[in-house]
Structure formats: C-alpha cells, structure tokens
Design a protein around this ligand. Structure first.
Ligand SMILES: Cc1cc2nc3c(=O)[nH]c(=O)nc-3n(C[C@H](O)[C@H](O)[C@H](O)COP(=O)(O)OP(=O)(O)OC[C@H]3O[C@@H](n4cnc5c(N)ncnc54)[C@H](O)[C@@H]3O)c2cc1C
Length: 352
C-alpha cells in the first residue's frame, strides 16, 4: 500500500486547483488526481468575477464576502508564484434605453449598489461602440486568466510530486472504517471536484444539477478598451493587445461539448448590437457549467460516508465561488464550523 494522505482531491479544474492551494496553505498532506484529457468547464471559462449580475443587474448572493475572498485569494497565490493572472477591471455597461439609465440612477441612490457604482455618464465613451446613450461604470470586478492559473497550479503540484494523471471511476474508490483507498493510496478524506461529470457518478448524481452548455469566442479588433464591456454579452480585454474574449451562450437542452453554429451566431448577433467596427473571430470554444437547480453550490459529505466530500455546482460563478467554497469545507473539517444550509448538500437529503 502507498503513502497515507490527509486528503485526495479528484479533479483539477478551478475547484480542485483552489482547494489544493488552501491545503498547501494549511500544511496538509494531499494528492490531486486528475484526467486532463477530459473537457472541463474551467478551460472554457471567460474568467469574470463580478458582484452585479443577471438581466436585472442585481447584487449576487453574499457578494461582499465572496468578492473580497476572490481578490485576496488569487492575489496571494500570485505573490507566492511571482506570476500575474488576476486582472482587476471595472465594467462599462452601456445603457440600452432611457429606462435602463433611470434604473441605474435609482441604484446610485441605494446603499446596496452605491458602493459598486463609480460613474454614470450620458455620452458615448468609445466611438467603436454603440453606446450613444452613455453608460455606467461599476467596480469590484475583474477576470482571472484561468488557463494560466490552472497550468501554473499543475506545474507546482507536479514539482511537489502530488499530482497524478488518471481517470477515476467510482469503482476505483474503496471505503473502510478508517480510511478511503483509491489507486492503492490511503486517505482520511476524499474530495470530489469533478465538475459536471459528477452528474453521472454513483456518489452524488442524486443532487439536482442543472447543467448548462456555454460557448464563447476570442476576437481581434483594432481598438483598445480599458474596461470589461457588458451589454447582453461580455467583451473582456485580453492581456494580449487587441484580443478580446466574448461570451457566453446558455443552452440547457443540448449538453454536448461541441461548438455549435447556432451558438456562434447568437454571439455574432449580440456583438452586432454593441460593436460599431469590424472584428475577426480567432477562436471558438465550449463547455458545460456545473449549475444547480437552486443556483447554490453543493458542499458537504456523502450521507453514508463522511470521508467522501464534494465541492461542486459552482455554475457560472466558479472563479469567485471556488475560493469561498473551499474555505468553508476546510473550516468545517478543521474547526468543525457549520456549513450554511443554503450551500450544504444536506438541504437535498430527501433526494438521496
Ligand atoms: C462558456 C463558459 C464560460 C464561463 N465563464 C465563466 C466566467 O466568466 N466566470 C466564472 O466564474 N465562471 C465561468 N464559467 C463557469 C466555470 O467555468 C465553472 O463554474 C467552473 O469551471 C467549474 O469548475 P470545476 O472545477 O467545478 O469543474 P471543471 O472545470 O469541469 O473541472 C473538473 C475537473 O475534474 C476532472 N475530472 C472529471 N472527472 C474525472 C474523473 N473521473 N477522474 C479524474 N478527473 C476527472 C476534469 O478533467 C476537470 O479537470 C463559464 C463556463 C462556461 C462553459
């Protein structure tokens, strides 16, 4: 029998990666097992974090704590690795109508939203945008270069010999009274961070996932934008000049991992409504978001095996929810701190 671990994590998407750094921070002895040949949601994510979301621009759940945790967490890993992958950027949201600008004026007077609004302006900001009514600039947002973060994390784990490339089936996981055994390694806790694949596993498929396919593209255009642009779609400046990530689509019905013509056309139509200039599509990608029916994450332990944990269901907010959710799980194990019912899988115990 191989080495004994405190934790084995299965999956090295954003969730498994962030959990790894949390365990390093706490000096735990752990191993990450991942099948990097599988398509993952994280690989196709735009990387945005943002406290005001949705069609009606509402403050997201627990946003104060979650956004602070997001920025603190990724900045601390940047410092540790002496690398850059978190870009704090304001969002410029061009008004779509007079009613829209009136709504933002009202938000400007509310205590909840005031702190996020930097400026309302009633004239066009960029001549290559269809923003003749002006727009609002909000803050406390930005994006993570997800691919870079995942690659650097894997490189670090490999350098410490705590990364194994393998596909884990449920039959690979054996449980005894005192430990979990997986590919001949023993661990006190196994944490499954397998994203949307968990929907088909024998451990947690009873949880009400609500998977959503998404597509996005990279475009090039000969203009510079300082902010992230949001008007029905997102246009996120890349670290490479004149390259932008644009997305994303939402499809609950067709859950394959192929880029579809329909999805790309939807993005093109939305781009037409905001861009006043030529652009070129240079990359297309797709992924499946591990979303949940009640739009809250899944954190906790298997009802019949307290050594098998899960962090999943981060939906379209994996970048900001991963630092928060991983902290909650470790606090629960280490300090016996309660996992809030809203995100605890216990809320669905009747489905098990
Ligand atoms: C088009 C699109 C755009 C998005 N944009 C954003 C955004 O801007 N901001 C944001 O916050 N979120 C965004 N998301 C959502 C975000 O990508 C997800 O919330 C997040 O990636 C989920 O991460 P995860 O680690 O839980 O799952 P995944 O990223 O899917 O990772 C799961 C990992 O587990 C591994 N794995 C699975 N099964 C096994 C197995 N049996 N054995 C071994 N390894 C296994 C996989 O290979 C993978 O590495 C977007 C999603 C999509 C599809």
């Amino acid at each position: 029998m191989g080495k004994n671990y405190d934790f084995i994590i299965v999956g090295q998407g954003i969730t498994g990666s962030v959990l790894s750094w949390r365990l390093i921070e706490k000096n735990f002895n752990f191993l990450v097992i991942n099948n990097s040949n599988k398509k993952s949601s994280s690989k196709s994510a735009l990387g945005l974090y943002n406290p005001i979301t949705g069609k009606n621009f509402v403050e997201t759940w627990n946003s104060n704590e979650i956004i602070n945790e997001t920025e603190n967490f990724y900045t601390s890993i940047e410092k540790k690795l002496n690398e850059k992958f978190l870009y704090k950027k304001n969002i410029y949201r061009p008004f779509s109508s007079k009613k829209d600008s009136n709504n933002w004026e009202l938000k400007m007077e509310s205590k909840t939203y005031k702190k996020y609004i930097q400026k309302l302006d009633y004239k066009s900001k960029y001549n290559f945008l269809k923003d003749n009514l002006g727009g609002v600039i909000t803050n406390k947002s930005g994006y993570l270069d997800v691919k870079k973060f995942l690659l650097l994390t894997r490189k670090y784990l490999k350098s410490r010999k705590i990364y194994v490339e393998k596909n884990i089936k449920s039959t690979n996981i054996k449980s005894t009274k005192d430990y979990i055994e997986i590919i001949k390694k023993k661990t006190k806790y196994l944490v499954l961070c397998r994203g949307f694949y968990e929907n088909e596993s024998s451990f947690f498929s009873w949880l009400p996932f609500n998977l959503v396919k998404g597509e996005n593209i990279n475009i090039s255009m000969p203009h510079e934008i300082n902010e992230i642009i949001q008007k029905s779609i997102l246009i996120i400046p890349n670290k490479n000049k004149n390259i932008y990530s644009v997305g994303s689509t939402y499809n609950w019905k067709i859950l394959n991992d192929k880029v579809s013509e329909t999805g790309i056309n939807k993005l093109k139509n939305k781009i037409e409504k905001i861009l006043n200039c030529n652009y070129k599509i240079i990359k297309k990608q797709s992924g499946i978001r591990p979303a949940t029916k009640d739009r809250r994450p899944f954190i906790g332990f298997h009802p019949s095996n307290k050594k098998i944990g899960i962090i999943n269901g981060l939906g379209s907010k994996g970048i900001s929810l991963a630092p928060y959710c991983t902290k909650i799980l470790i606090d629960n194990i280490q300090n016996n701190k309660n996992i809030n019912r809203e995100i605890n899988i216990k809320r669905y115990i009747s489905l098990y």
